[in-house]
Design a protein around this ligand. Structure first.
Ligand SMILES: C[S@@+](CC[C@H](N)C(=O)[O-])C[C@H]1O[C@@H](n2cnc3c(N)ncnc32)[C@H](O)[C@@H]1O
Length: 366
């Protein structure tokens, strides 16, 4: 697939095509009319990464067309990136080009921005980083007003901190999130807010307790927790669990138990087929789960998690891959039907689509 062409004039019709495909794919499951959440047509991506291409003294941001993987495409401007990234890109490139210390064997640059305007830049090298690099990097970070991290094999130099703080309003609350370098964060900040709003709307009134799998840094947990009596949230990545603990405290959320567990481990724990020391402080029998919330990776739900989901009256499912979502909905079709649907255009100008479904237990089916 070639690199996508970015043309805001085409945006509305491209999204309409994706919505049509979604409706067609889920028609066999009697999907209701989806609510459509478009993206901003430009400056929507909070994450961007580029290879750095060296040609003599010159260094450029580069991307590669998978059809011609050896041919770098120099990127002068990247208008889909958030404003702080766009503003920093030319200044950073100029400073790198002017400094042998900063540019020598620089391989890749990664940007992570927040809606509130913070920016973190990771410079990744194919050589060990020394004190002279650190001195030059400190000057660069101060000049650009960013968090700067240097990485090379088995080396990570953090000049100040390796995280940024996101903050935005949702349903009258101000939500705060620590986002750690290298861990998962939703790429399209504006669409993420809309996903959180839609998820809260579906969860409102359910009552009881929530089980959340794949909770990452607590992105949805922080938004959903006040709508439930108690929440049990799980995630496999250590860094994300660390961020999630911080985020629960930063948002004064006191009704969440967070455990580092993979989805098949928590499925086994809840099926009582395995016991885990990590669960020793969690009294599983005391939960009255009304709702399961899942936001899995592209591979969707595995067989033990589908089995776990069958036991829930309400399943709120956010998916970044309509194909695996389709397979999972088919597997649950005997017990659950689709009560509400949404499409979130996290990835404009690509064929990718994020979607949300509320699945509820069919009447009379256990
Ligand atoms: C699409 S992300 C969603 C994260 C979070 N809900 C958010 O909105 O930022 C999927 C998450 O699932 C986690 N994950 C991947 N495989 C997993 C597994 N087998 N069990 C539990 N979590 C897993 C990843 O570390 C990642 O944080």
């Amino acid at each position: 697939m070639p690199l996508p062409a970015i043309d805001p004039a085409e945006y509305a019709s491209q999204l309409a095509d994706k919505v049509t495909q979604f409706k067609h794919a889920f028609a066999p499951f009697a999907v209701p009319e989806p609510t459509v959440f478009p993206s901003a047509p430009l400056h929507y991506r909070l994450r961007a990464e580029f290879r750095m291409w060296h040609d003599g003294e010159r260094v450029d941001y580069a991307m590669f067309d998978p059809a011609e993987p050896k041919q770098p495409i120099a990127i002068e401007q990247f208008d889909i990136a958030a404003e702080p990234i766009c503003a920093a890109m030319p200044r950073l490139r100029e400073r790198l080009q002017a400094s042998e210390t900063l540019k020598r064997r620089l391989f890749q640059v990664e940007f992570l921005a927040t809606l509130r305007g913070e920016l973190m830049i990771s410079l990744i090298y194919h050589r060990p980083l020394d004190e002279s690099w650190e001195g030059a990097a400190r000057e660069l970070a101060a000049e650009l007003g960013v968090q700067l991290i240097g990485r090379s094999r088995k080396q990570k130099i953090v000049l100040d901190r390796d995280w940024v703080l996101e903050q935005f309003g949702l349903d009258g609350r101000q939500l705060r999130y620590k986002q750690i370098e290298g861990s998962f964060t939703q790429p399209n900040g504006g669409v993420n807010r809309q996903m959180l709003g839609w998820a809260c709307e579906q969860a409102r009134g359910a009552g009881g307790d929530l089980l959340e799998l794949y909770c990452g840094n607590g992105n949805f947990t922080v938004a959903l927790a006040p709508l439930f009596d108690r929440v049990l949230a799980t995630e496999v990545s250590k860094t994300s669990v660390e961020a999630a603990h911080y985020n629960l405290a930063a948002n004064d959320i006191g009704n969440v138990a967070m455990v580092r567990m993979s989805s098949d481990e928590i499925s086994a724990a809840l099926a009582r087929t395995r016991e885990f020391r990590r669960m020793k402080d969690v009294d599983l029998d005391s939960y009255r789960f009304s709702t399961l919330f899942v936001d899995p990776p592209r591979s969707g739900l595995d067989a033990p998690t589908i089995e776990l989901a069958r036991g829930f009256d309400r399943i709120l499912y956010i998916s970044c891959n309509p194909h695996t979502l389709q397979e999972n909905v088919a597997a649950l079709q005997g017990t659950h039907g689709i009560a509400a649907a949404a499409v979130f255009d996290q990835f404009p100008y690509t064929r990718h689509l994020e979607c949300g479904l509320l699945l509820t237990r069919r009447a009379g089916v256990r």
